[in-house]
Design a protein around this ligand. Sequence first.
Ligand SMILES: [Zn+2]
Length: 100
Amino acid sequence: MGIPTAKCPSCGKLVSQVHFEEVNAQQGLFDQGTALRSLAYVCPECRTVLSVQIDPIAVRSDVCNHVDQTVASLAQQVADLRNQCASLEHQICQALKSRG
Ligand SMILES: [Zn+2]
């Protein structure tokens, strides 16, 4: 790693590392609906926010959870359809046997 030359725009100290804090980003002042889990990168000296971005780990976790739930739901639907097929197969066999 090179010698840090970046300076905090607020306190003027050299910034060799930043701290991050979890924050929510939401659209508009009054929209409480869709908050995105985000990270604020702050100066370790004066805590000025240097930048904010969506939290990539939170996004990955949310996507994985959504995919897991979708796969589980689809697996349940497949199991239900298999049970219905087995039941229909049974009914057809019984009907054919009763005909003799
Ligand atoms: Zn600073």
